[in-house]
Design a protein around this ligand. Sequence first.
Ligand code: AMP
Length: 284
Amino acid sequence: MPHAPIIARTLSSLHRARTELGKRNATVGLVPTMGALHDGHVSLVRLAKRRAKKVVVSIFVNPTQFAAHEDLGSYPRTWKEDIAKLAAEGVDLVWNPDAKTMYPEGFATRVAPEGPALAGLEDRFRPHFFGGVATVVAKLFTQVRPDMAFFGEKDFQQLKVVTRMARDLDLGVRIVGGAIIRERDGLAMASRNVYLSPEERRIAPVLFRTLKMTSKRLQAGDDFKIALADGVTAIKEAGFAEVDYLEARHAETLAPISTMDDGPVRLLVAAKLGTTRLIDNVKG
Ligand code: AMP
């Protein structure tokens, strides 16, 4: 049986535990999360266990990546279940700072990512988001000093932003992406899926089905504009309130593209089902 992970809530206890983990040159992998852990998070933990000798998971619901109208107060928190899952996976250390530890009185420095953070996807609808993510991830990296950090492709633009930042700021952390883990009906796992009513939950897999259908059409040579417009119609007709975007982008640069030859292609979508905003993406 694996041991329960060490839980650190202050910087001094984190540093003590980190020093212990790094003995005998053991490599350290970090999986940053906001808790409410599901199989998507667990798959990143398993990937980290395969790649690194020691695994640290951070659980921090980061206030600076939520806008005032967003769900910071009601974001699901399932601490006991989270720790049980991490213990079962043999995680070594959980870093669980509170907001005051992360952002002490007078905190006045932010990372302002550009490039993929200004691609016109999530940033168009959540302009506060990547600044908040980049700042907290940079802090997590300097706090935990991992050799590698693991991020899900579920948040595809975020993965690009963090990869760029680690390179640009010479953070010395190798960023590794993990595949999207889905429910049996195709819905991408997400902590926010618990907000969906039973009726919305039934509709939600339309997002993935539409991505797959659109991808097939693009591969068959259909016109990008028409296939994407049809996809938006299908999502709305299924009962989604709003489609923020359904776009074909270059899988590396996130630049807009309009033919398969401009690829590799990634199809990305964000849409609101009732008041819950869902995102997903697939290979084009
Ligand atoms: P979050 O707790 O939502 O901030 O997510 C923490 C990490 O888990 C991020 O790197 C996400 O991209 C990743 N993640 C979330 N959902 C999934 C999923 N369904 N499959 C794979 N990775 C995921």
